[in-house]
Design a protein around this ligand. Structure first.
Ligand code: ADP
Ligand code: ZN
Ligand code: ZN
Length: 745
């Protein structure tokens, strides 16, 4: 037996006195920037296992880490001993540990940091899954019966414990003085125990139960195809137009899996934006369901995590961080809106939740379904190569028809507040016919900049190469890149002339509409609204009740809301998306356009979508509007293949920034030169170039794009850079690797 001290105030399972420690050596994953594991010795007789959390001495402090694997001790090397083991059994199984190891290496991120992604914040900090408690011993029970307990407080304590045979948490015994608890312990009337944290206290959201709709033929065949092949890894791409009933397909499959006692993971881009989706799941599925996202309190996240990890929850709906959620018995993964870029984390651990989920499904040999009306080009490519199998829902469910999308040529038209006469007339017509109207403009605030018409002064961010957006309601100029805010000057700081807004934001559009249609309620949905708690729900409720007839919003509108009364969607400024500055721009634009158009005409009304543009002859726009996303995407994919761009070749973006321009630029230039030698044939090195936003928050930003057909070669190059940079001093320069980058800004 190891020498176990008393359970300490740090609530450890056992505090070990380390002078006696001569046990085996283990590698340990610890948070920190170093991509390596650390060796510690584990006391003899402890029960170490991969995936168990431990607390270890590190530097002058302590860190919480995860036991990784037993390793051979290096002779003569004195190792520190772990301080305490936090879990009696591993919380992460070896399949998940393997996945984390893969993701850390694939995304070039330190393993010790990556492993944290699998834990909720409370467990990262070293919180325990058990609570220390006290339990009555046999001797204590006898003493109580024999009325041998003198002190009345001691007797009360023993009586309380005898009413709870498994034990009572110490935190619930604080009414008994320390001395009282101590004396019954010394007399061995009471012993210490570790009590499990309360679990299963989560509740399904309160909703009216709903019965499933009978599936139509396309839905049935999609369900049948997946159900014919349960016990095997397969990626299914469910390509279903907006309103085709993908959710019903998910629900039907989930019912089959959960009734076999297995768990289902549903990954969605942003839960906070789509409370409806969770409500639909909860209404249909009569099984324990948890929702996991970063907006929850630490304790709710912990409860949800335990429920999924222990197998109590059968369905987990989560945002990208749930890709690393441990499960007891996972049987199916669903990734909804698989094209959505918010499934990929852009900073720090730059993993793509869809791709991590595919890895896990493969290792567990279970099916995974990627659903979208506008699949990512990566997924379409994998379908072409027969790596994925396709499921298609080409028509809307329930007899609804797809909207008709038409461009509105605004050249030469008189515009009021960004709206053409054509669009204004259409809005009026739909409002009078009792429909709802949704106007999409992907810019929040009142105006994207504030300008002096007399001298040309523009409100620019002091820290970024960007204009500041004028937020009229909050009387602020805000930088959307670094978050800097300042008061709005009352006149031009240079010449004192009155300033005028330039460009159009959602706040202004709301004002314009209020002026044009004073008799109809308006709701605005953008990220400024999300900042206020409960505000999104209130606004969505006013939209659904019909109190609001006009809806103005940014991308938030694109995210799968079901507004059955919307008959007209207006895209206020399509030109913004037509000429984006990176190669993913057109794909992103088409996805957003089709998704927002999909909000129109979902029930029995035919929807109309009007797209304002100065470029009605733009070939891409025409192809998209006339032939649909499928054709458009196929052509875009062909162009990418010919240009050698992803998904034809794998890519990684190296970013560097610093307080001065020369050092980050120089660093990337050295890297580019080093990778442009004969040794790296097959690797394309583009750049370095200034980032599209060349200065952000006072730092000058550069980037270097690496492309290779051979993924292995690309990763060799990245490993080489990692090693090389380890030997250099980087004064003030930060750098990072983004594998499969989606956001090139
Ligand atoms: P998607 O997720 O593909 O956009 P949804 O699952 O939200 O589509 O379905 C769109 C609408 O069609 C919903 O109102 C849904 O209730 C309805 N619906 C789905 N399947 C059917 C069906 N088989 N019969 C009738 N209505 C259906
Ligand atoms: Zn001026
Ligand atoms: Zn800024």
């Amino acid at each position: 037996m190891p020498k176990l001290g008393k359970v300490g105030s740090d609530h450890a399972l056992g505090v070990l006195t380390d002078e006696s420690c001569v046990g085996p050596t283990w590698s340990v994953a610890l948070p920190g920037p170093l991509p390596r594991l650390f060796s510690y010795c584990v006391p003899d007789g402890a029960r170490p296992a991969p995936g168990v959390r431990i607390r270890v001495p590190f530097g002058r402090g302590q860190r919480v880490g995860v036991l990784w694997a037993p390793v051979l001790a290096e002779p003569g090397l004195a190792l520190k001993c772990i301080d305490s083991q936090l879990d009696a059994t591993p919380l992460l199984d070896t399949a998940l540990l393997d996945c984390i190891a893969w993701a850390a290496s694939y995304y070039h991120y330190p393993l010790g940091e990556a492993v944290l992604a699998a834990f909720p914040p409370a467990l990262r900090k070293g919180g325990l899954l058990s609570r220390p408690g006290l339990r009555l011993t046999e001797t204590g029970g006898e003493a109580l019966l024999a009325e041998a307990v003198r002190g009345s407080r001691q007797r009360q304590l023993l009586q309380m414990l005898s009413a709870h045979p498994p034990g009572v948490a110490e935190s619930e015994l604080t009414q008994f003085a320390h001395a009282v608890r101590q004396s019954v312990l010394v007399k061995e009337w009471v012993e210490r125990v570790a009590l499990p944290l309360a679990t299963g206290s989560f509740q399904n959201p309160a909703v009216e139960p709903a019965s499933p709709k009978p599936l139509n033929a396309a839905q049935q065949s999609a369900v049948a195809a997946v159900a014919a092949d349960w016990a095997r890894f397969q990626v299914w791409l469910l390509d279903g137009v907006t309103g085709s009933g993908k959710t019903e397909v998910y629900l039907s499959l989930i019912e089959q899996v959960t009734s076999a006692g297995k768990q289902v993971l549903v990954l969605v881009p942003e839960i906070a934006l789509t409370p409806q989706l969770v409500a639909r799941f909860a209404a249909h599925l009569r099984v324990a369901l948890v929702v996991l996202h970063s907006g929850l309190s630490d304790s709710d996240r912990l409860q949800g995590w335990i429920a999924a990890q222990s197998g109590t929850a059968l369905v987990v709906i989560g945002t990208r961080s749930a890709a690393f959620q441990p499960f007891a018995n996972l049987g199916l993964v669903i990734v909804d809106e698989e094209h959505d870029p918010s499934l990929k984390q852009n900073e720090g651990f730059g993993f793509h939740a869809r791709d991590v989920a595919i890895w896990r499904a493969r290792s567990l040999n279970i099916p995974i379904i990627l659903g979208s009306a506008t699949p990512a080009l990566e997924s379409l490519r994998n379908l072409q190569l027969n790596r994925y199998r396709g499921l298609s829902l080409p028509e809307r469910a329930g007899g609804a028809r797809l909207p008709v999308i038409s461009p509105v040529d605004v050249r030469g038209q008189r515009m009021s507040g960004g709206l053409s006469v054509t669009l204004i007339e259409a809005v009026e017509q739909h409002l009078l016919a009792g429909g709802q109207v949704l106007l999409y403009l992907n810019r929040r605030g009142y105006a994207p900049s504030l300008l002096c018409h007399a001298c040309g002064w523009v409100a620019a961010c002091l820290h970024c190469d960007a204009f500041m957006t004028w937020h009229r309601q909050s009387h602020l100029l805000k930088c959307h890149h670094c978050g800097h805010e300042r008061a709005v000057p009352s006149s031009c700081p240079d010449c004192q002339t009155t300033l005028s807004p330039r460009g159009l934001g959602t706040e202004q559009l709301e004002d314009v509409l209020a002026g044009l249609f004073p008799d109809f309620g308006i709701e605005r949905l953008d990220r400024d609204v999300l900042g206020r708690k409960g505000e999104l729900d209130r606004r969505l409720a006013r939209i659904r009740s019909g109190a609001a007839r006009l809806i103005v919003g940014t991308q938030i509108l694109v995210k799968g809301h079901d507004f059955p009364e919307v008959s007209l969607v207006g895209v206020v400024d399509a030109d913004q998306g037509l000429f984006a500055n990176d190669f993913r721009g057109s794909e992103r634009f088409a996805q957003q356009l089709i998704q927002v158009a999909g909000r129109a005409g979902r029930a029995d009304r035919l929807g109309t979508v009007l797209v304002q543009t100065h470029h009605p002859d733009h070939p891409g726009l025409n192809l998209l509007l006339r032939r649909g996303y499928g054709f458009f995407a196929a052509q875009l994919l062909q162009e990418r293949l010919e240009a050698g761009l992803p998904p034809m070749r794998s890519s990684a973006l190296i970013r560097a920034d610093g307080p001065d321009a020369a050092p980050p630029q120089g660093l990337l230039e050295t890297m580019a030169n080093g990778l442009s030698t004969d040794e790296w044939v097959g690797l394309s090195v583009w750049g370095p170039v200034e980032a599209p936003l060349a200065r952000r928050a006072g730092r000058f930003r550069y980037q270097l794009l690496l492309l290779a057909e051979d993924r292995g070669l690309l990763h060799d190059a990245l490993n080489h850079l990692d090693e090389w940079i380890g030997t250099r001093r980087l004064s003030g320069v930060r750098w990072s690797i983004d594998v499969d980058p989606l956001d090139m800004a």
